[in-house]
Design a protein. Structure first.
Length: 186
């Protein structure tokens, strides 16, 4: 019988292979692999983003990630964040269906199913310290702060600089250096 430490090492190595894109498409698990990689990206983004201090006592103990629209992650987000703390806080994943429910989230993942509602969502989040993330073509250009996309067999991301600047969030230059920067005034 192998020790729990051995299983943890195997899980870490496997996650590294997935996140670095070492597994080829023939070795992948299709959509499950893609959603796992994107969930991993969301977790990694939390290490490079600084949210302003808040007076909300609930937010000091819980880091809330909300998903609006169709859940394309399955259980990948819950599985990843049940073992992870963000900024020394436990993570709460919530599923919402309207703009009115966005309150108190630090990250809002906007599903492609919300294309017709995107303007309303962005009107609500613009100027607030909410990291908006999506994985839908053109959502970055429309104002989502971080938009993930496939390039070949790799997941990449773009950052809308104007939306980021309006949010009051600070993103580490290392994260910016690997991004495709859009929405810049330069």
């Amino acid at each position: 019988m192998r020790s729990p430490r051995f299983h943890n090492i195997i899980q870490i190595v496997f996650l590294i292979f997935i996140l670095t894109g070492v597994l080829s498409e023939k070795q992948s698990f299709g959509q499950t692999r893609e959603s796992l990689i994107k969930a991993g990206y969301i977790e990694k983004f939390t290490h490079f983003v600084q949210w302003p201090e808040t007076n909300n006592s609930d937010s000091r103990n819980t880091f809330t990630i909300a998903l609006i629209g169709k859940n394309t992650f399955g259980s990948d987000l819950e599985d990843l964040f049940m073992r992870t703390k963000v900024k020394n806080n436990t993570v709460k994943i919530t599923y919402i269906s309207s703009v009115d429910e966005i309150d108190n989230c630090m990250i809002l993942f906007i599903s492609g199913s919300e294309k017709n509602n995107l303007d309303n969502i962005l009107k609500y989040t613009t100027g607030k310290p909410v990291l908006t993330i999506s994985d839908t073509k053109d959502f970055g250009e429309m104002g989502v702060i971080i938009n993930m996309f496939l390039e070949g067999n790799y997941v990449r991301y773009e950052i809308n600089r104007q939306s980021l600047d309006k949010s009051g969030l600070k993103i580490n230059s290392l994260l910016l250096s690997y991004a495709v920067i859009i929405g810049s005034n330069d």
